[in-house]
Design a protein around this ligand. Sequence first.
Ligand code: S3P
Length: 437
Amino acid sequence: MSAAGVVTVAPVARLTGHIAVPGDKSISHRAVLVGAVCEGETLVRGFGRSADTEATIGAVRALGAEVEELDVDTLRVHGVGLRGLRAPAGPIDCANAGTLVRLLAGILAGQEGQEFELTGDASLSSRPMGRIVEPLRRMGAGVESEDGHLPLRVAGRALHGVVYELPVASAQVKSCVLLAGLYADGETTVVEPVPTRDHTELLLAAAGARVSRRPTSVTVRPAERLALGEVEVPGDFSSAAPFVVAATLVPGSELHVHGVNLNPRRTGLLEILERMGAHVYVYNRRRVGGEPAGDLEVRAAPLVATEVEAAEVPLAIDELPLFALAASHARGESVLRGAAELRAKETDRIDAVVDGLRALGAHITGTPDGFRVRGVPARLRGGPLASRGDHRIAMLGAVAGLASREGARVEDAGAVAVSFPGFFELLAELAAASAGE
Ligand code: S3P
């Protein structure tokens, strides 16, 4: 990487081989946060170490829970019990991590008689927090934001259960309310019109919380004590996805990605790619840490355009930038609708994707809630791609470079460390090994 953080990704003739990706970021955050309020120790194996999840370790330590780092991906979290967290003297820095700030706020809202302040970096400070302030206040918590943004001040109080219908399809908001529900008097129900990732529900049930699920809602009852014991974290589908798309686009590729989380609420991209004609096979299906997992075999395939609508958006939310790239290579016009949430991510991901892929030669136009892409089944030209400090956009640029004619220069490429610090090393090894075969 250059001093300015630019990484040049050269085109490749094919991608072949076997890889594995780090542990799932969503589950890693949850294992540490829930582990911190468990009784006794939680051993977390396959922890997905990244800037985001390290912020979570830092946060629970600041709150008095000890975390031993036994290995790069093995942690022992010493739980302090549901009501054992202690407010630090200063603010808790959530860095770039939306999942951390929103889930932690739910837990802190139940720490009666204590006050906490949550801060974050410039990106996190520009993201909407009103979406958690509102339900937490309804539950009786004292929560103040800066006009819907960080810093957030949370005063733990006696909470009461609510029935809360999510106004936006957000697993972070759902999780915040469910975690607060552990501390509430009576039942707490979150109604979600469109399903979102359910890692919190799965983990809380594994920890002994009383969680009941219906097709469009989840209910949690107050908890006396939680205990996890051990959590094994499967590989992150969102970190596998750039490689899946790269192998689909680069002719002659045959790539295996092992040990990936295949929770159906995360793998919407596979359904989308399948409609487009991609060849992705799942084998060795198994359960890892209570989650569906398996291995993927990806073979390059010509793609056709498809349309993605609102109901599919939460199932592929972090992979929609990659859908835009796949669509740029697919015959016909692809459309994404109902994805205005992309504008509330680490960057405005509609603008970042549209500007980024256009600079590489794609025919893509933004809309208020998505984009339209006129695909051409050929390599894109290539060129510079501004990540805007967003990890998913930096990885998008890298994959686009592999599948391009001239390569891509990914600006502010270091942003990948937010979810996948070894991304460029893995990519370089794979490209070199594929060239040597
Ligand atoms: C996440 C949920 C999603 C996703 C984010 C991680 C989680 O956010 O985009 O990367 O771990 O719950 P929203 O739930 O706000 O859409």
